[in-house]
Write a protein that binds this ligand. Sequence first.
Ligand code: PEP
Length: 256
Amino acid sequence: MSVERKPLVVGNWKMNGAFEANRTLLESLMAALAHQPLPEMGVCPPFPYLPQVGALLASSPIRWGAQTVSEHRLGAYTGQVSASMLSDLGCTYVIVGHSERRQFCGETDEQVANQTMAALDSGLVPIVCVGELAAEEVAGQTLNVIDRQLAPVLAMLAGIADEGASVVIAYEPVWAIGTGKTPTPEGVQAVHAHIRQQLQAAGLVRTRILYGGSVKAANAESLFGLPDVDGGLIGGAALDAEEFSTICTAAAVCGL
Ligand code: PEP
């Protein structure tokens, strides 16, 4: 992890949560993190809980964000939520292009790029997810898939290199999400180094690259200690205060 790029850990709660459970989780998390070194960190609950989570975290260093955003600014898009609405709710981050959105909602690479721009235009930090399916990994297609997913995002960012610090990329091999499997540290580093090269070629020199996919307390340090890993996007383990706080501390320690 580089000292020029502040480590970042973000919890993706997916479609989990309830008022009481959210309060318990966040209170336990804040207690577990008191007096610990902190990375930059945030949690992304489902839309309905953003006001509650924002109120609970108001005086904490933990930020919050959403799990997706509309590519449109406003108008007749029933059921969608715009970037400016998320901004009104005090969000710092928004996850875009998560593999579950690509798979279950048919989001395309171009839509993900539009969502990224919509987020930036409203002052949000987009966390752009990329990653290969199991069959693509077996076929040796990992880097091609990532290049294809990144291409429209990088094309839109070209010429606004200052945004490099605001955009975050998350490498999430789909076969590692929620499965308990992770690539080897060498495998993670190789993909991150490739993404770093692509970003640098587009003039984005300060963009952070997170790893996501079955990160837990037990493997966090070995992943976050890799030179091109700047933190993590955490699913299941973000719902457990003790696991998540240990992961956050590992990122802070690796970034010291
Ligand atoms: C995710 O959904 O972004 C994720 C990384 O999930 P998990 O940590 O549970 O694999």
